[in-house]
Design a protein around this ligand. Sequence first.
Ligand SMILES: [Zn+2]
Length: 124
Amino acid sequence: MGKTSNQKLTALIRRDAQRFESLKQEVMQLAYFCKGTVLKRMMKCGNQQCACHRDPAHRHGPYFECTYKVHNKTVNLKLYPEVTPLYRAATQQHRKLKSLLTRLERHSRVALAHLAKQKLANTT
Ligand SMILES: [Zn+2]
């Protein structure tokens, strides 16, 4: 490998490391996270004579729950309205974590390819 392309590669490797570090910083800043979606539900009650059984507009609620899957089974965690924002924020943090992991892996692949190229250039 020529001197110029070697310097270019060194610059790329330095940039890779900086990007990886800044993504890691974002991971460090995450708050509590949980998988799932916070849903608002309107429910029918047990009384067959109640208006909720005839008219969806008369259903009771809203009731909130956090649903997520564990081993392909859906889990519904009932939430008091007061704590709903807490769980909504946590599910957003979880989505952010997943997106960061995807980006970390993508950057890692690029960085590894650059490192491998440099290693091969130095041994031949
Ligand atoms: Zn009812």
